[in-house]
Design a protein around this ligand. Structure first.
Ligand code: AGP
Length: 607
C-alpha cells in the first residue's frame, strides 16, 4: 500500500513530487524517495520515516529537473531502511523504478537472473529493475513488457531510464494508477489527489495496461503491446477539499465535514412524497430487485461495521435476510451463493484487495455484485456491475470517519428502496426520510460538544484498556468506536453487545477499566440500562452516550455525552460522532500522529 507519484512536463518536478507524496502519505509512510534528472544524470534521494525527512534532505539539493518519479512506502518485503526505500535501480543504475504492490514470484525471478546481478535492497521491487535490465536493448517500453510477461503479482509501476530523460513507462496490475493530463505535461499517481492542483482530466489505467509517456504524448497499450484507447474522465473533487482547512488534523476536519457530506450522500436520491429512495446506479430492474432472497455485505474494518448497521436496516425495512462477511474470510470459506443473492462490496478507497477478491469470487458464483464506494473511478467501482458513490469527498486521515457515516446513509437508502418495493409502507418511508433530513443539524449539535469530549479524553487518556458496549443497532457503533480508539491512540479496547458482556467480558471490569456504553432511548433502552447497572456494580468508570433529556443517565455514570433523539435505525449516524471525537482527542492528548497512525495504511491493496 505504497504511494507513487511521477511528473513529466515543463515545470520543476521536485515540488510537484514532494507535494504529491504528502497527498499520498496516508497510503504508507515508513520511508520515501525520489529520482529526478540533474544535469542529464538521474539522482536518487531516499529517507526513512515521514515525507518531512525526505524534504529536509532535499533542502540542500538544487536540482533542475522537469521529470521525475517518487514513492512513499508501506513495507511488505524488507525492513524499514533507506536501502529498501524506493526508487530502486538495476546494476547499471540507469533503469530506475518505483513500485506499489507485491511481486509474488520475486524469489524465482531472482534465482533465474543469476548471481551476476548485485542487489542493494531486500525488496521484491528491486528484482523488477534487474529483470527489465536483462531485456533492455534501447526500447524501454519493450523491455518493461518483456519483464512483466514473467511477473506474477500486483503492481502499480513507474519506470524511467537514464538514457531516455523524456520517457516514462508506467504499468498497472492490481494496484491503482491514474494518469493526469495537462498542457504538454503528464502526472502519474496512485490516486488523483496529487494532481488536483494542476489538472482534473485523468485516465484510470486498468489491470494489464501500460502507458508510454513523453512530454508531448501519451500512448496506452496492453501487455501484448496492442494499442488501448482510453477515455479521459473529469475529477469532481477540488484541491481545497484535500486540504485541512484550518483544522489541526485531517481526521478532525473530516469529522466536522460530516453534517455537509451526509447531505451530499442523500441529495437527489430520495422522494419524501413517495417515502422511498432511488439509487439509479444499482443497475437492477424492479423485477430483479424483487427476486433477491439474500443480501451479503462484504467489507473490511470500518466499512464492515457500516455493513453490520446495513444488516439491521435491510432486515428491518426490506425483510431480506442479510449477512455481513469480513472480506478476507469470505473468499476462502467457499460461500453458498446463487443468482438470487445480491452482494454489496463496501469500501472507502475502492482498492482494498481483500474486498476486491471477495467480489470477484461472488461474481464468479453468479451473484448480483454491486459496490458502495467513495473514491470515484476506483477498481471496485469499475469491477462491480453497478453501485453507488457515497460522495464523502477525499478522506485522507487513515482512520475513517465521514466515509463510515456516508456508507451508513447510503445503506439506509438502499434498504428503503428495497423495502418500498416489498412491503414497507409509504408512511414509514416518509418518517424515516424526514428523520434523515434532520440528521445534519443534529450532528452539528454533537460536534459542538467537542471541547467537552476533549476534557473526557484528557481524564481517561491513561487507561490501559477500555470496553465499548452497545445493543442492537448500537453494537456496530460500539465496534466502530472501539476500532477508532485502538487505531489512533493505541489503547487496547474491545466492543461487546451489551447483553453478551455478562458471559465473559464482565470479568475484566475494575476501577481501572473504563466502559463507554451507548444507552440511547430506543426499544432496548431498559435492557441496556440494566447492563450499565451491572457495570456500575463492579465499580468500573462509565462514560454514557445518552439521549438528550434522559435525566436518569447521570445517576448511572460519572460522565454523560448527550445526543439528540432520532429514529432507532438512524442512531448510528449520530451516536458514532462522540466516539470519533473521544478517540481523536485521546490520541492528540497522548501525542500520537493522528492522521498517520503506526503500522496502518489508508488503502490496503495487498491480501
Ligand atoms: C478504518 O479507520 C481503517 N482505515 C480500516 O479499517 C478501513 O476501514 C479498512 O481498511 C477498509 O478500507 P476501505 O473502506 O478503503 O475498503
Amino acid at each position: 500500500m505504497c504511494g507513487i507519484v511521477a511528473y513529466i512536463g515543463n515545470k520543476q518536478a521536485l515540488p510537484i513530487l514532494i507535494n504529491g507524496l504528502r497527498r499520498l502519505e496516508y497510503r504508507g509512510y515508513d520511508s520515501a524517495g525520489i529520482a529526478v534528472f540533474d544535469d542529464g544524470k538521474p539522482c536518487t534521494i531516499k529517507a526513512v520515516g515521514k515525507i518531512d525527512n525526505l524534504a529536509e534532505k532535499l533542502k540542500t539539493q538544487n536540482f533542475d529537473s522537469t521529470f521525475g518519479i517518487a514513492h512513499t512506502r508501506w513495507a511488505t518485503h524488507g525492513s524499514v531502511t533507506e536501502s529498501n526505500a524506493h526508487p530502486h535501480a538495476d546494476c547499471t543504475g540507469k533503469i530506475i523504478l518505483a513500485h506499489n504492490g507485491i511481486i509474488e514470484n520475486y524469489r524465482e525471478l531472482k534465482e533465474k537472473l543469476g548471481a551476476n546481478h548485485v542487489y542493494k535492497s531486500e525488496t521484491d521491487s528491486e528484482v523488477l529493475a534487474h529483470l527489465i535490465e536483462t531485456y533492455y536493448t534501447g526500447d524501454l517500453r519493450k523491455a518493461v513488457l518483456e519483464a512483466l510477461a514473467r511477473v506474477r503479482g500486483t503492481y502499480g509501476l513507474v519506470v524511467m531510464h537514464a538514457d531516455r530523460p523524456g520517457q516514462l513507462v508506467v504499468a498497472r496490475m492490481g494496484s491503482p494508477l491514474v494518469v493526469g493530463i495537462g498542457e504538454e505535461e503528464y502526472f502519474v499517481a496512485s490516486d488523483a489527489t496529487p494532481m488536483l492542483a494542476y489538472t482534473k482530466k485523468v485516465i484510470f489505467l486498468e489491470d494489464g495496461e501500460v502507458a508510454d509517456i513523453s512530454r508531448t504524448q501519451l500512448h496506452t497499450v496492453n501487455l501484448k503491446d496492442h494499442n488501448v484507447t482510453k477515455h479521459v474522465e473529469e475529477i469532481e473533487w477540488d484541491e481545497a477539499q484535500a486540504q485541512k482547512q484550518g483544522f489541526p488534523h485531517f481526521m478532525l476536519k473530516e469529522i466536522f465535514d460530516q453534517p455537509n457530506v451526509v447531505q451530499d450522500a442523500i441529495r437527489g436520491r430520495y422522494k419524501l412524497e413517495d417515502g422511498t429512495a432511488h439509487l439509479g446506479g444499482l443497475n437492477m430492474s424492479d423485477e430483479q430487485m424483487r427476486s433477491i432472497k439474500r443480501i451479503i455485505l462484504i467489507a473490511c474494518g470500518t466499512a464492515s461495521y457500516a455493513g453490520i448497521v446495513g444488516k439491521y436496516m435491510f432486515e428491518r425495512l426490506a425483510g431480506i435476510p442479510t449477512e455481513v462477511d469480513v472480506a478476507s474470510e469470505f473468499r476462502y470459506r467457499d460461500p453458498i451463493i446463487d443468482n438470487q443473492t445480491l452482494v454489496f462490496g463496501i469500501s472507502q478507497s475502492g482498492e482494498t484487495a481483500d474486498t476486491l477478491a471477495a467480489l470477484k469470487e461472488a461474481k464468479r458464483k453468479g451473484a448480483f455484485v454491486r459496490g458502495i464506494v467513495n473514491v470515484v473511478g476506483s477498481t471496485i467501482a469499475r469491477e462491480t456491475d453497478g453501485g453507488t458513490y457515497i460522495h464523502a469527498g477525499p478522506e485522507l486521515a487513515v482512520a475513517s470517519t465521514k466515509a463510515y457515516t456516508n456508507m451508513v446513509a447510503v445503506l439506509l437508502l438502499y434498504a428503503l428502496q428495497f423495502g418500498r418495493l416489498n412491503k414497507l409502507s409509504i408512511a414509514t418511508g416518509q418518517r424515516l426520510l424526514q428523520a434523515l433530513v434532520e440528521i445534519p443539524e443534529k450532528m452539528k449539535s454533537i460536534l459542538s460538544q467537542s471541547d467537552k469530549i476533549k476534557e473526557l479524553a484528557e481524564k481517561y487518556k491513561n487507561s490501559r484498556d477500555m470496553l465499548y458496549l452497545g445493543r442492537g443497532i448500537n453494537f456496530p457503533v460500539a465496534l466502530e468506536g472501539s476500532l477508532k480508539l485502538k487505531e489512533i491512540s493505541y489503547i487496547h479496547s474491545e466492543a461487546y453487545p451489551g447483553g453478551e458482556m455478562k458471559h465473559g467480558a464482565i470479568a475484566l471490569l475494575s476501577p481501572e477499566f473504563p466502559v463507554m456504553a451507548i444507552m440511547t432511548k430506543n426499544q432496548l433502552y431498559d435492557k441496556m440500562r440494566s447492563n450499565v447497572e451491572e457495570i456500575k456494580a463492579r465499580k468500573a468508570p462509565i462514560i454514557l452516550v445518552a439521549t438528550e433529556g434522559d435525566d436518569k443517565a447521570i445517576e448511572l455514570a460519572q460522565d454523560v455525552i448527550y445526543v439528540p433523539p432520532t429514529m432507532e435505525l438512524l442512531e448510528p449516524l449520530l451516536n458514532t460522532l462522540p466516539l470519533q471525537l473521544f478517540a481523536y482527542h485521546t490520541a492528540v492528548a497522548l501525542g500520537r500522529d493522528v492522521d498517520r497512525p503506526r503500522n496502518l495504511a489508508k488503502s490496503v491493496t495487498v491480501e
